[in-house]
Write a protein that binds this ligand. Structure first.
Ligand code: MG
Length: 262
């Protein structure tokens, strides 16, 4: 199988919490030696890319912050810019707001006279009720796009536990306003279009590698791109077999990825 760009999920695929997946360093050496590009993609908009860059670099994997990292935040920026959106109300951590502020005017608390072109909701671990209230008021009083960086209901943390993610926050707003968010990030296939364009590769030159079926694998299925499901994280072989969409390839971990690429 010949591929030019490999899009990796991180948690459960490259590492498990603080531990690098066995054989990962050799896999990345193989990719570098064979000039196969790779990209780390995360749906998580609660950290900036530097957080992941530092983590991946600390494992000893060769990477560049600008070249090898992409997240639902970057997808959101491209999406909003394409639509010429300027003034936005944002629910999200300060790092998301800081990134968005470079491109858009962020509107503060609700005021009936404010010009707002869209409401953006990210995975906020700094959420305060006032933000939900203001977002709900903007959505009820204006016919504007409602955008979510990602739709994950929960985010894995240590010891097999989870914390509430962006998917629940947009559900809260939907129940109040009857407005359904446009969800970017995996499994939205548009992200693959953005990446293919930015990295100048064709879709059949891309492989998506991840451990979660309804995001990592589904985004590939939706975008008609080859997928590799690794069994080192969330999904067991039984889960994969029972899932309605099958990945193109299944491996125990990325340790054996070079064999697949030969
Ligand atoms: Mg994962």
């Amino acid at each position: 199988m010949k591929k030019k760009l490999i899009i990796f999920d991180m948690d459960g695929t490259i590492y498990l919490g603080k531990n690098l997946i066995d054989g990962a360093l050799d896999t990345f050496k193989y990719l570098n030696d064979n000039h196969i590009d790779y990209l780390f993609f995360t749906n998580n908009s609660s950290h900036d890319l530097d957080f992941y860059y530092q983590k991946i670099k600390a494992f000893g994997i060769e990477c560049d912050l600008k070249k090898n990292f992409y997240s639902s935040t970057e997808v959101t920026i491209s999406y909003l810019k394409e639509r010429n959106i300027k003034d936005i109300f944002v629910i999200g951590n300060e790092c998301l707001k800081k990134k968005l502020r470079n491109h858009f005017n962020i509107i503060k608390e609700y005021n009936v006279n404010n010009k707002v072109d869209a409401v953006v909701c990210g995975f906020s671990t700094e959420l305060v009720y006032q933000e939900l209230k203001d977002a709900s008021l903007y959505l009820q009083t204006r016919d504007i796009p409602f955008i979510a960086t990602n739709g994950d209901y929960r985010c894995p943390i240590e010891d097999g536990l989870y914390i509430p993610d962006c998917g629940g926050m947009i559900e809260w707003l939907r129940l109040c306003t009857s407005k359904r968010a446009k969800v970017l990030g995996k499994p939205n296939p548009e992200i693959i279009d953005y990446i293919a364009k930015e990295y100048k590769v064709k879709k059949d030159e891309i492989l998506i590698v991840g451990d979660r079926l309804y995001t990592d694998i589904l985004v590939g299925v939706n975008a008609h791109v080859d997928t590799l499901c690794v069994l080192s994280g969330e999904s067991s072989l039984e889960d994969v077999c029972n899932y309605e969409h099958q990945p193109t390839y299944i491996l125990d971990s990325i340790k054996s990825l070079p064999d697949l690429l030969k």
